[in-house]
Design a protein around this ligand. Structure first.
Ligand SMILES: *Cc1c(COP(=O)(O)O)cnc(C)c1O
Length: 390
């Protein structure tokens, strides 16, 4: 950060790329010899897909994963040449661009004919990972449809239009290790792999694990884990925080106090006047609102100001919310940094609890009005990369 940025910032999400690097290295060590696919969908869970992708690839990840082909193409355009998988398509997906850009495709079944047409046009085979739905009920072929999908894929592979490089699935309850369904899903997955091998496919990549399975289920690692949340330094588990998992939160969300004033008891606060001061106190105005991703439904969201923890009071508005800071002189407050969550102080998980959601959503929903500022030694390498790639 330059000293000008340091002096002039108003609100920001500081992204510590060294934390991302640490988290990737940590999980890569844990799951070796399985590989790590860094999942950078949804703009890297709000952290910035490109800098996260570059950092992850420099820190031991060998694959990138995204939901949309368009997300993969944006990374390719930025000069990222690492293997990449995209898995959520519609008939409007640009499969031809994916094939031409060497983006692997996760396939449930219906996509095969579109992919074959794209491969024919591009005059090169599409690389596909066939997905089996082992219980999540979202994408993937059902167990019943699996033989037909294998037969159709086999035909297209013989025609030289696709290459089946992998078989994969996604887990439903890996964040709750006590539930038996993960065992059932892995059993079904192993059966689907056997069926694919019996159908003649030579599978380079079998993959099933998301962050919670990467951290808690070695038997789910197979050839690769798909690491999202953990790379950003957040815990997927209820009963274990990031520290217990040796992870470092990468995003710190903060703003400078925009106004502060001393008010008497019974002062109503924010729309609806749902909060009233209990006694004479000081109110601090935080210039972040639901347009910036602070959930309107949050109650008692934690905010750290000058090392002291407080909580939000009254409704979160579009651009701002209020903190009752008690007996703090107002004149010292304007311009002070108020930290909502980050590596030090309150966590994204606490805000998620305050809003009845999960930490995944807290970081992903931070709006475009909040500048991302990259720190850490990795930020310099990544910035150098940006210049190289224009
Ligand atoms: C988002 C996603 C992941 C990453 O999950 P985390 O729990 O964040 O690690 C892995 N696989 C698929 C299919 C996903 O959609």
């Amino acid at each position: 950060m330059s000293s000008v940025e340091e002096a002039r910032w108003e609100r920001r999400a500081v992204i510590d790329l060294d934390a991302i690097g640490h988290n990737v290295r940590h999980v890569a060590d844990l799951v070796a010899p399985a590989m790590v696919m860094a999942v950078v969908k949804a703009d890297g869970y709000g952290h910035g897909a490109l800098p996260v992708a570059r950092t992850a690839l420099e820190s031991g990840a060998t694959w990138l994963g995204v939901a949309h082909v368009s997300e993969a193409l944006a990374l390719r355009e930025a000069g990222i040449s690492a293997p990449m998988l995209a898995w959520l398509h519609t008939p409007g997906t640009d499969f031809a661009a994916a094939v031409e850009s060497h983006v692997d495709l996760g396939i449930s079944g219906w996509e095969l004919e579109h992919v074959a047409a794209a491969a024919r046009a591009a005059e090169q085979p599409a690389r596909v990972h066939l997905k089996i739905d082992t219980g999540l009920g979202r994408n993937g072929a059902t167990l019943e449809a699996w033989p037909d999908v294998l037969a159709a894929a086999s035909q297209l592979q013989e025609e030289g239009l696709i290459r089946v490089v992998g078989v994969w699935t996604h887990l439903a309850v890996a964040d709750e290790p006590d539930r038996p369904q993960t065992d059932h899903q892995l059993e079904a997955f192993r059966a689907a792999i056997s069926a694919a091998e019996e159908a003649g496919f030579e599978l380079e990549l079998k993959h099933a694990a998301n962050t919670p399975a990467a951290l808690s289920r070695p038997d789910a690692h197979f050839d690769m884990v798909r690491l999202g949340l953990g790379m950003y330094g957040l815990s997927p588990f209820r009963d274990q925080d990031h520290e217990a998992l040796s992870l470092r939160p990468a995003m710190t969300l903060s703003a400078r106090v925009a106004n502060a004033k001393e008010v008497p008891a019974d002062q109503g606060v924010s729309y609806g006047l749902t909060y009233r001061t209990h006694s004479a106190t000081t109110l601090a105005l935080i210039p972040l609102g639901y347009a910036d991703g602070v959930p309107r439904v949050a109650v008692d969201g934690p905010v750290q100001i000058a090392g002291q923890r407080h909580v939000s009071c009254g409704r979160v508005a579009m651009d701002q919310f209020v903190v009752d800071v008690g007996q703090v002189p107002a004149r010292e407050l304007v311009g002070t940094e108020a930290v909502l969550f980050g590596a030090h102080g309150p966590t994204a998980t606490e805000w998620a609890d305050a809003a009845g959601t999960i930490n995944y959503e807290m970081v992903t929903r931070i709006g475009s009005r909040v500048p991302r500022v990259y720190t850490g030694e990795a930020a310099e390498t990544v910035a150098a990369g940006e210049e190289r790639h224009g």
